[in-house]
Every structure is written in C-alpha cells, then in structure tokens.
Design a protein around this ligand. Structure first.
Ligand SMILES: C[S@@+](CC[C@H](N)C(=O)[O-])C[C@H]1O[C@@H](n2cnc3c(N)ncnc32)[C@H](O)[C@@H]1O
Ligand SMILES: [Zn+2]
Length: 377
C-alpha cells in the first residue's frame, strides 16, 4: 500500500510502511532538501540538462526524481530491489520527468563500474564502504555520500579500522571525527583513480553524516589531497588535543606524551584534516535554500548557516563538560566565545553540537579563561 506525499515540489508514492523491499525514510527529507540546494548551486555554471546524476541506491527514487524535476539534470535512478524499481518507474511517471530520467534494476557496483557519471550519490543503509570504490571510479565532478553507521566511525566499537581503515577515538567531538574519517576514506578511494577531493559541504545531523565534495581528475592533484590526511592526538587525562599531518607520523616525528600533563596521548586517524567545507559554495547553497519551496527549509538554513561560519579546526570542545570538569557553573557559550576573541583567539560555534565551541586556544588557555569568566559572574 502506498500513500502520496510531497517533498519540495515533487509528488511521490511511498510505502505506508518502509520495508527492506521498498525503503523510505521521511526523516531524510532534510538531507534531500540540502542536496537539492547543493546540486542547484553546483550545477548553476553548467547547462543543467548536460550534467548526469545517479542515485545508485535509490529506494523509492525520491532523490533522483526530485533532482530531475526541481533542477532538471539527466538522472539515473537505480535499485537492485525489483519492487523498488517498479515504484521508481511510477514516481518518474507521476512527475512527468520520463524524458530526462532512466530507471535501472541492477547491482549498484556493477552499474557504477560500467558507467561514468558527473554526479554520483551513494545513500545506503549503514555504511557506504561497500560502494565507495565503484562510486569513486565512476564520478567525474561531484560525489555525495551518506553514512549512518556512526558507531564504527565514532569509536563506539572497533569496526572503524576494519571498515574505514582508520582508528576513531570515543571523544566529545565524535561527530566531527566520524565525518573526517569518512572523508579520509573517500580521499584514498578517489586517489586510486587519480582523482582529487575538494569538500564543499560536510555535516552531521541526528543519525547521519553527509559529505558533498567536488572531484577533480589528475595524479598530482590527487597526491595533494592525500597530503591533507593526518591524525589527531588526544589526552584523555587533561583534554589536550592537536592535529598533525601524516608526514609527521611517517617521520616518527610525534611524541606520545601530553605536553601539558605528561600522560599518554592516544591517536585517531588517518582522517581528513583540511577544511571540510568551501565557504563560498555554502553561501550559494544558503541562497538556493532561501529561494526554494522546501519542507525542511528552516532546519536546512540553520545547518548551512552555521557551516558557513564554522572555523576550519578539526575538533571542538563541549562547553558544559568543560565547566563540569572545572566544577564551575556553566557560563553562556556566547560570553566564552567573546572572551576568547577579545584575548586574541579565534572562536565560534559548530553545527556538530549546539553546546560546543571551536577555538584555536589550547585546553589550558580555555580553562584559564573559563575560570576568569566565572569569577566575573
Ligand atoms: C537507504 S536506502 C536508499 C534511500 C534513498 N536514496 C532515499 O533518499 O530515500 C538504500 C537502498 O539501497 C538498495 N540497495 C542495497 N544494496 C544494493 C546494491 N548492491 N545495488 C543496488 N541497490 C542496493 C536497497 O534496496 C535500498 O533501497
Ligand atoms: Zn594531558
């Protein structure tokens, strides 16, 4: 049994109850709204009918049908489930986008290995790792990847090394660590095909991580991407943390004791250390979001707005946890940010957590400022 719903300006038949045969998650409308704005922003310099897009793991076909209808790209919509494929064809007809849409009922890896597409979208259940290699082989211009297997990416269990070839640590900035480990895995898989990664918008929300990255062909550019990988060292005794590039690890130019308290450091990675968004691109996505009819416009604008202003520092500090560790009553986040700035540090909020801050101050400097701030109260 199906019901008719609307996302953006697109009508869709979706199962009344999501099953393995036909999957539809209404909670991912937010992700799809941000995709619409991102793909519109990315595609604006090109005649849209010339760009090819594939949702290789399409479920009801919602992403692809929306992209065909709301942006006008040449779209391929694939799912290996035959009931899903039958519904995809009905959703294409419902929106009258047959001319620029093709439906397939194949294994995603086979289809992607055979065919290059400008834009490749991988939106699986759980981990994208089984599809990353084929997606990286196929993609020419823009790669979009979802991960919902946050446990192995965040260090909650050991699967991070097995699945992503990187060790996560269970830290207060786990959502960002997960995003950067995923980006690191994508960088290495693209590298195999002499392709470089340029992250445009990467974010985490509730149970999922989404990365949207421009792809560029060229062995030298791919080498430069690999240089952007590195590690994060974390002291679980005093909270000190810092990032360092892979080259330092390979030169064994890294200490394993904390410079602040002398305790043992633990190391996470390899992960992507450079900016995970392009500010100017995010500004264009923000404009697109504002101009379009979208069900989750408000939440989407909030995420993208915070991403625009987020500092390019690969971790953050949980403000409440910090106050608690110092046995101080929680100050307001904005007063801490202002105090950091007036002491010459960079500081700001992060979309990864409403209760955290990013700053280039070290933890000891942060603690000194917090103590001073609480005595002013
Ligand atoms: C999370 S759902 C996709 C949701 C969809 N992209 C959306 O936005 O609603 C994942 C889909 O991948 C399909 N799938 C799983 N393994 C596949 C494979 N090897 N090849 C093609 N499709 C596959 C499943 O049938 C399922 O419909
Ligand atoms: Zn320490």
């Amino acid at each position: 049994m199906f019901s008719e719903i609307q996302e953006g300006t697109t009508k869709l038949l979706v199962p009344q109850q999501s099953t393995k045969a036909i999957f539809y998650n209404p909670k991912m409308e937010l992700c799809r709204d941000i995709d619409i704005a991102s793909i519109a922003a990315f595609g604006s310099p090109f005649p849209s009918s010339q760009l090819t897009y594939i949702d290789a793991l399409a479920g009801t076909g919602v992403r692809g049908v929306r992209i065909a209808k709301e942006i006008g790209l040449q779209v391929t919509i694939n799912d290996r489930s035959t009931p899903a494929y039958e519904l995809i064809k009905r959703n294409i007809a419902l929106n009258k986008v047959e001319e620029r849409t093709a439906a397939h009922n194949e294994d995603a890896n086979v289809l992607l290995a055979r065919t290059p597409y400008d834009l490749v979208d991988i939106d699986p259940f759980g981990s994208p790792v089984l599809f990353l290699d084929a997606a990286c082989r196929s993609v020419k211009r823009l790669l979009l990847v979802t991960a919902t297997d946050t446990a192995p990416l965040c260090g909650a269990h050991i699967g991070g090394v097995r699945n992503y070839g990187a060790r996560p640590l269970k830290t207060e900035y786990h959502a960002e660590m997960a995003t950067r480990i995923l980006l690191g895995a994508v960088t290495r898989d693209l590298g195999k095909y002499d392709k470089a990664i340029h992250p445009l918008l990467s974010y985490a929300s509730a149970h999922f991580i989404r990365v949207i990255a421009r792809v560029e062909k060229g062995a030298r550019k791919a080498d430069e991407s690999i240089e952007r990988l590195g590690f994060i060292a974390q002291c679980f005794a005093c909270g000190h943390r810092f990032a360092f590039p892979c080259a330092d690890m390979l030169n064994l130019n890294v200490t394993n004791t904390c410079a602040l308290c002398g305790q043992k450091l633990r190391v996470a990675g390899p992960l992507y250390l450079h900016p995970i968004k392009a500010r100017e691109f995010c500004e264009r996505v923000h404009v697109e979001l504002g101009n379009r009819e979208l069900g989750k416009k408000h939440e989407a604008l909030k995420i993208v707005h915070t991403c625009i202003h987020e500092l390019d520092i690969p971790f953050y500090y949980e403000h409440h946890a910090l106050c608690k560790s110092l046995k101080l009553p929680p100050t307001s986040i904005s007063s801490l940010i202002n105090a950091l700035r007036s002491n010459g540090f960079s500081a700001g909020r992060t979309h990864f957590s409403n209760t955290a801050i990013k700053t280039d101050a070290r933890i000891d400097e942060l603690k000194t400022l917090l103590k001073a701030l609480s005595t002013e109260l």
